[in-house]
Design a protein around this ligand. Structure first.
Ligand code: PLP
Length: 309
């Protein structure tokens, strides 16, 4: 069976290219049927589980992972239950139900929804779909590099880091296409910088709290695998402010007519702010990871909150 994700466009960002004197290219993962890159990894994991006889998918996520699992489950014709905490926004609940998945609201925080998901998975045939920490997810996310490798020349990849599933996929994609020498710039926001914290501490640590508005980057601790990759690949963590991430979302909307979450704006901000980490490169490839947790109203609220013009 063919995969559930689509091959996405690669677009040059003209203004940034001119401003930086670099060929800045955008891999438009916001165009995936799930609105983010997550359908690549979660879609592949669901597909493999279906081939092994899965009868139900269970995913504890009120974010893009849950939505991608819902899209994948419906496409594969397998009953899918998404468990979310009470804090999950009504628009996300509506989107998950509208796709045709079962939505269960469970507990006040993610951990309680996760506990309920683990209990559901004790039933035979039920498969737990995690948001980022599984080899099938890294394998699927790596396809975004497969699509550009050998066709397009780039000398660095920029991507956002939450729990590290996207980063792990990007590194795997580079390695399996003979591009292991290409560095990755791993972007996070202040208050969600669990990868940067892990690099500084010499191993994954748990942040006391997530204080960034970039909720899709809000894993308090990065996956061990994503950290371990820093020992074998040139990965450069960089941290931007929420204001810079939102500013980049606003500019992308104005200039490319594309809406993305601040979680994605964090990566764009590295180029937008001309951060020194990017200076030595000539042909950056930016993963526009997307996300459904954004609309014109939310963007207007953030714009106001950070006094942006
Ligand atoms: C999931 C997600 C991330 C972070 O990905 P990880 O695999 O958790 O590191 C970043 N941006 C968006 C839009 C996401 O949905």
């Amino acid at each position: 069976m063919s995969h559930l994700h689509i091959t996405t466009s690669l677009l040059q960002h003209r203004r940034l290219s001119a401003q930086l004197g670099q060929a800045v290219w955008l891999k438009m993962e916001n165009c995936q049927p799930s609105g983010s890159f997550k359908l690549r990894g979660i879609g592949l994991m669901c597909q493999r589980a279906a081939e092994r006889g899965a009868r139900q998918f269970v995913c504890p996520s009120g974010g893009n992972a849950g939505f991608a699992a819902a899209v994948a489950g419906v496409a594969l014709g397998i009953p899918t239950t998404i468990l979310v905490p009470q804090t999950t926004h009504e628009s996300v609940r509506v989107a998950i139900r509208a796709i045709g998945a079962t939505l269960v609201v469970e507990g006040c925080v993610w951990d309680e929804a996760n506990q309920a998901a683990l209990r559901l998975c004790e039933q035979p045939g039920a498969v737990y779909i995690p948001p980022f920490d599984h080899p099938d997810i890294w394998d699927g996310n790596a396809t975004l590099i497969d699509e550009v490798a050998g066709r397009h020349d780039f000398d660095v990849v920029l991507c956002s880091v939450g729990g590290g599933g996207l980063l792990s996929g990007v590194v795997l994609g580079l390695q399996r296409n003979g591009l292991a020498h290409i560095p990755v710039i791993a972007a996070e926001t202040e208050g969600a910088a669990s990868y940067d914290a892990a690099i500084r501490a010499g191993g994954p640590v748990s942040l006391p709290a997530i204080t960034s508005i970039a909720s899709s980057l809000g894993a308090r601790r990065v996956a061990d695998h994503a950290f371990a990759l820093s020992r074998e690949h040139d990965i450069r963590p960089v941290v931007v402010t929420d204001a810079q991430a939102v500013q980049s979302c606003l500019r992308l909307a104005d200039e490319m007519r594309v809406l993305v979450e601040p979680a994605c704006g964090a990566t764009l901000a590295v180029a937008e702010q001309q951060l020194p980490v990017l200076a030595q490169f000539k042909r950056p490839l930016i993963v526009v990871c997307g996300g459904i947790g954004v609309d014109l109203d939310k963007l207007a609220v953030w714009k106001n909150q950070f006094h942006l013009t």
